[in-house]
Design a protein around this ligand. Structure first.
Ligand code: F6P
Length: 362
């Protein structure tokens, strides 16, 4: 029996944005349309499929998406508060709108949804799949902490932006004999901080996974400054905590964090290292914006093409996953099973220590 090819699919982007989302949209539309499949774009996460929202569902054409390869953000808009199973209204109410979403998807003739997002969006996708709407996931997070894929687009771009910032901080730190702290994103996982710190030659890297002891950081700074250097660079993940702040382990995934990790670290260091000037830079959402690196465009493009390939093979309930040199298919469930954090004994941490980088932990 030959399988009937799908005629209409939809694509949405969910969760925090990152560079490369438009490259995925572009690849999906170009490949699907070339194979005779119509592509609808769902605006603002999944809002476009929900009742009484300004967001809509609209047809995407090759002409519209062709110029998008290098464009940051997402032309569809996104949301990290739009879970249809627990939709938070402006009045504080929480409603399950999933039934209405499924009805709307059916009305629009959507046979499959490609959902581009992190673990939160993929968990929503999995529930929709279980309720009868076929879903294919495309993994996305600048934090690079999804376990079901070796890498995610947006991460490399964020590391590049943060490394450029660290390079700039180095010259001014050197001019003024200062200790510069750069706070980067990474609430639960410290991959951006670790890669930035190593690529930018930081002296100290503070990660959510390795609680630090201020006295140890100061001991290591004294060693660095005692050796003739008059400045130092510290990269701090936004989720980094001193030992006094943790209950023995990393915080629960997605738990609220209070901003200011780098400022708190600076205050603690200043208290133990009088006479030294410290300055804090918080990079924030700069890491999520702008042009994706060539590698992130390529990765996003290949994930988009493979998502359509999977749709053409009749698959659903799956996630396209980067497993160099190929893009492979894994179950959607595996995308949400586990967060990939920096393992304290990982080889890359050992490499950083071999260079004399301090994590302030021992
Ligand atoms: O999960 C991606 C991420 O960029 C985190 O690194 C960061 O903590 C969070 O999103 C910021 O989210 P928002 O855009 O809601 O401030």
């Amino acid at each position: 029996m030959t399988m009937r090819q799908i005629r209409r699919l939809a694509i949405n982007t969910g969760g925090g944005d990152c560079s490369g989302l438009n490259a995925v949209i572009r690849a999906v539309v170009l490949h699907a349309c070339a194979r005779g499949i119509e592509v609808l774009g769902v605006e603002d996460g999944l809002d476009g499929l929900l009742p009484n929202k300004p967001a809509v569902v609209r047809k995407l054409t090759p002409e519209e998406v062709r110029p998008l390869l290098a464009q940051g953000g997402t032309i569809l808009g996104t949301s990290n508060r739009g879970d249809p199973f627990a939709y938070h209204g402006a009045d504080g109410s929480v409603q399950d709108l999933s039934g209405a979403l499924l009805v709307r998807a059916r009305e629009l003739g959507i046979e499959l949804l490609i959902t581009v997002g992190g673990d939160g969006s993929q968990a929503i996708g999995l529930k929709l799949q279980e309720l009868g709407l076929p879903v294919i996931g495309v993994p996305k997070t600048i934090d690079n902490d999804l376990d079901a894929t070796v890498e995610t687009f947006g991460f490399g771009t964020a590391v590049q932006v943060a490394t450029d910032a660290l390079d700039r901080l180095r010259t001014t730190a050197e001019s003024h004999d200062r200790i510069m702290l750069l706070e980067v994103m990474g609430r639960d996982a410290g991959w951006i901080a670790l890669h930035t710190g190593m690529a930018g030659g930081a002296d100290v890297i503070l990660l959510p996974e390795l609680a630090y002891e201020p006295a140890v950081v100061v001991r290591d700074l004294r060693r660095i400054l005692g050796g003739g250097r008059r400045f130092a660079l510290i990269v701090v993940a936004e989720g980094a905590q001193a030992r006094s702040e943790t209950d023995g382990g990393p915080r629960a995934r997605g738990a609220k964090i209070h901003g200011g990790a780098a400022q708190r670290a600076a205050d603690r260091i200043a208290a133990l290292l009088p006479g030294v000037e410290l300055r804090v830079t918080v990079l924030g959402h700069v890491q999520r914006g702008g042009t994706p690196t060539a590698y992130d465009r390529l990765l996003a493009t290949r994930l988009g093409v493979e998502a359509v390939e999977a749709a053409l093979r009749g698959e659903s309930g799956v996630l396209v996953s980067s497993q160099p040199p190929d893009i492979r298919i894994v179950s959607l469930a595996s995308a949400v099973a586990r967060v990939r954090r920096v393992e304290p004994e990982a080889q890359i941490v050992g490499h950083a220590r071999a260079l004399g980088i301090s994590f302030g932990d021992r």
